[in-house]
Design a protein around this ligand. Structure first.
Ligand SMILES: CC(C)(COP(=O)(O)OP(=O)(O)OC[C@H]1O[C@@H](n2cnc3c(N)ncnc32)[C@H](O)[C@@H]1OP(=O)(O)O)[C@@H](O)C(=O)NCCC(=O)NCCSC(=O)C[C@@](O)(CC(=O)O)C(=O)O
Ligand SMILES: [Mg+2]
Length: 295
């Protein structure tokens, strides 16, 4: 699961050291915008050494590289891929760049003796062109495991203002959620940048979830619990899903093909949503995982 992907500057040793125990599903060790030009080389070395030395087995380790057309990008791929992070996050992703990185990784994996395609890619969609081409961007590599929406850069590219309400990124969220769902990969929402506004974060996360995004980037550990709680089904949703499944079992016992719950017909989409809710609750440990324990 990638409910939370926590960004941290790749030049901050303290943050890299503690990153595994903060509770995020993924951590993004950033070599791009959070690191100044003068620190790019030292940050790359620090991130490489952290991946070698720190026990990150509890979290997914993602490294945001610099674009390949900068002097830093190619070296980021070369140096970081050799220590086998779980994934690289590709900023301002476009088709060509994803294809090129895929080829570089093929070569490195072969030389290093890693399994083919063991290093995944996450495409950071933060340009108008990337958004319009998102389907092709994803399909440029079989490694693409998710898309992350970059709201700040995208709105800058569109020449519009970024607001807390986020109406201006409705289309981007919608498009990314739909394409990712169609291609069965994760759709991660842009970070909420006011780290002290928990209510705003909760509303923003709920909006993204409501449109079909499957997780959200974070920029501070204090944001993790709020995001996780929004992405967890509520008690009411779980109870309803359990009732739907119980009604289905009863209908099956009675040989009925069609049945209702509290007067509402239960059809295939309702059933499949109920199964997905129960499955998610099991994965989150909200209910026991053994089949039959609950129903
Ligand atoms: C925001 C702030 C400065 C606040 O600092 P504060 O000091 O007030 O935080 P406090 O809460 O007081 O910290 C309490 C304790 O947590 C530790 N701690 C804090 N943050 C932590 C963290 N992230 N990871 C691990 N540990 C952390 C801290 O070290 C301290 O530890 P300790 O001293 O031991 O108690 C800080 O969080 C921070 O730097 N965040 C990351 C910023 C970043 O990576 N930005 C770039 C990526 S986004 C981006 O690029 C998006 C996009 O691509 C997309 C688009 O386009 O939209 C774009 O282009 O924009
Ligand atoms: Mg950005």
């Amino acid at each position: 699961m990638r409910r939370t992907m926590l960004f941290m500057p790749g030049n901050n040793p303290g943050m890299l050291q503690d990153a595994a125990i903060l509770g995020a599903d993924s951590i993004i060790l950033d070599l791009e915008d959070a690191v100044s030009l003068t620190e790019k080389d030292s940050a790359r070395i620090l991130v490489r050494e952290a991946i070698k030395a720190v026990d990150y087995s509890q979290v997914e380790v993602v490294v945001r590289i610099n674009p390949l057309d900068t002097e830093f990008g190619p070296l980021d791929v070369e140096v970081i891929a050799r220590v086998k992070p779980d994934a690289l996050l590709v900023p301002k992703a476009n088709e060509e760049e994803i294809r090129h990185i895929d080829q570089l990784l093929n070569q490195i994996e072969k030389e290093a003796g890693f399994s083919p395609e063991s290093i995944k890619l996450i495409a950071l969609i933060e340009t108008a062109l990337g958004l319009e081409n998102v389907h092709n961007v994803i399909q440029a590599s079989k490694r693409t495991a998710g898309v992350l929406l970059g709201g700040e850069d995208l709105t800058a590219d569109l020449g519009i203002q970024r607001t807390k309400e986020g109406e201006e990124i409705f289309y981007a969220r919608n498009k990314i959620a739909t394409v990712c769902r169609a291609l069965k990969i994760d759709a991660i929402d842009t970070p909420f940048t006011d780290t002290n506004d928990y209510e705003g974060l909760e509303k923003d996360t709920a909006k993204a979830k409501g449109l079909g995004l499957t997780g959200k980037a974070a920029i501070n550990p204090r944001q993790i619990d709020t995001i996780h709680s929004v992405f967890a089904p509520t008690e009411a949703e779980l109870n309803y899903a359990l009732k739907v499944l119980a009604a289905m079992e009863e209908a099956e016992r009675e040989g009925k093909g069609c049945y209702s719950l509290n007067g509402k017909m239960i059809d295939a989409p309702v059933l499949s949503r109920a199964k997905a809710t129960v499955e998610l609750c099991r994965r989150l440990g909200m209910i026991p995982s053994k089949e039959g324990d609950v129903l």
